[in-house]
Design a binder for this molecule. Structure first.
Ligand SMILES: [Zn+2]
Length: 178
C-alpha cells in the first residue's frame, strides 16, 4: 500500500520524506537543501531506523545492504545507494524519485537541522555575518530553529557545480538496463 502511495507522488517533484542511515550525513544535507524532509542521526541503530521509517512513512536511504534487505522484508520503502561520490548518489536519487537537482530557496531546508529556512530582512542578520558579506550580498535566509544564516556566496558556485554534475550523470542512459 505504502509503496503505491509513494510511487504515485514521484512524478510531481514534491518534497519527499526520507530517513537516512548514519553513513549518509553529507547526502542528507544535500537533500535538505533541495527541500526534502530528511531525518538523520548517526545514533540510530538499524532497528530504530526501520521503526521510524515505518511509523513516519519515510523512505529509508541506506548504503548498508543488510539493512536494505531487513527493511524490505519489513515492508519499508527503501532505497539502496550504490554511488561513491555525492554527485553519483544525487544522480541515483534524482532518477529514482524524480528529484529536481536545483535549489529553490522558498522550499529549502536547513542542512543542519532540517527546518525550512526563511528569507529575512537584511538588518536582522547584520551582527551575524562578516561586514564584507553583509555589504556584498542582498538576500539572506535564516533557520528559525538553529539560527544559522545562509546566503548565496562564493561557495554557491561549488554547490551549483555539484548539482550540475549530478544532473549530467542522472541524464545518462542507465547502465543496468536490460
Ligand atoms: Zn537549522
Amino acid at each position: 500500500m505504502l509503496k503505491w502511495e509513494v510511487a504515485e507522488s514521484f512524478g510531481e517533484n514534491k518534497p519527499l520524506k526520507f530517513i537516512s542511515d548514519g553513513m549518509l550525513g553529507k547526502l542528507t544535507r544535500w537533500l535538505r537543501m533541495l527541500g526534502h524532509n530528511v531525518k538523520y542521526s548517526n545514533k540510530l541503530d538499524d532497528t530504530q531506523l526501520i521503526i521510524i521509517a515505518k511509523k513516519e512513512r519515510r523512505i529509508l536511504l541506506t548504503r548498508d545492504f543488510e539493512l536494505y534487505q531487513q527493511a524490505i522484508a519489513k515492508g519499508v520503502d527503501t532505497f539502496y545507494l550504490e554511488g561513491k561520490t555525492e554527485e553519483e548518489k544525487l544522480a541515483e536519487l534524482a532518477r529514482r524519485f524524480n528529484i529536481k537537482l536545483e535549489i529553490d530557496m522558498t522550499t529549502s531546508r536547513c542542512p543542519k537541522c532540517n527546518t525550512r529556512v526563511n528569507l529575512v530582512p537584511k538588518e536582522r542578520i547584520a551582527k551575524k555575518v562578516e561586514k564584507s558579506t553583509f555589504a556584498h550580498y542582498g538576500e539572506f535566509w535564516q533557520c528559525p530553529k538553529c539560527g544559522q544564516v545562509y546566503w548565496q556566496g562564493a561557495h554557491w558556485k561549488r554547490i551549483r557545480k555539484t548539482l550540475q554534475e549530478a544532473k549530467e550523470i542522472s541524464e545518462k542512459p542507465s547502465q543496468d538496463k536490460k
